[in-house]
Design a protein around this ligand. Structure first.
Ligand code: SAH
Length: 212
């Protein structure tokens, strides 16, 4: 479905060069995946022309699709090499899950707004991204059936890291999550070093919608 003559491929290439690689993200898997996934298909029609601005955009349900740089930063922090099982909490538009699916073996994604899950599932199938499982539910509980995960990424902010997510992380795996209050959060990269030891590193100050 092409609404305009906009050359989205050229805009996507420019975005990856300028806003992702140009801001210090050099992970080749992330750059390749973000060069492939058509972000214009994950934003409401009226924002298509802005799909490659380095900005968050509104999506239904009062939610947002994250800024491309932040998606790149979070996924790069997971250190994926290909072949992993990844849990994505906060499907939203489905864009981050789509990018993850180009790198990982399988992506499990959870969203609390059922209508967003439905739209995302439709997008995945239109794009032929058949290694993503999506469900409507509370992501704070994780998705125990398919645990442990090699990596978990959370796109909504919380004051404390949900224990279920820590428990569903494989030893050696990483969880990237924004932690803080509604005004200010820090992106944390938490590695499960042993079954009961977690190493936390701070990435950047960020602003996400709340995990509720
Ligand atoms: N990764 C998304 C970003 C969406 S914003 C994208 O690429 O578009 C974060 C999303 O988290 C919102 O859609 C919000 O509804 C969802 N969310 C908030 N709390 C949640 C919870 N407890 N469980 C699952 N999803 C949640």
């Amino acid at each position: 479905m092409q609404h305009t003559n906009t050359d989205f491929t050229a805009l996507r290439t420019r975005m990856v060069k300028r806003d992702i690689a140009g801001r210090g993200i050099h992970d080749q898997f992330v750059l390749a995946a973000m060069s492939e996934v058509p972000r214009e298909r994950f934003v409401p029609d009226r924002f298509r022309e802005s799909a490659y601005d380095d900005a968050p955009l509104p999506i239904p349900g009062g939610q947002t699709i994250s800024q491309p740089y932040i998606v790149g930063l979070m996924i790069a922090a997971l250190g994926l090499q290909g072949g992993e099982r990844v849990l994505d909490v906060g499907t939203g538009s489905g864009y981050a899950a789509a990018v993850l699916s180009r790198i990982a073996d399988h992506v499990y994604t959870i969203e609390r707004h059922g209508s967003l899950t439905e739209t995302a599932v439709l997008r995945f199938s239109e794009l032929g991204y058949d290694n993503i499982s999506a469900r409507h539910g509370d992501g704070r509980l994780g998705w125990p059936e398919f645990a442990p995960y090699d990596a978990i990424v959370v796109a909504a902010a919380t004051s404390t890291v949900p224990d279920a997510l820590l428990q569903q992380l494989r030893v050696g795996g990483r969880l990237v999550i924004p932690v803080g209050d509604s005004a200010q959060q820090t992106l944390l990269n938490i590695e499960r070093v042993t079954s009961d030891r977690f190493k936390r590193r701070q990435l950047e100050a960020v602003r996400f919608v709340p995990l509720v």
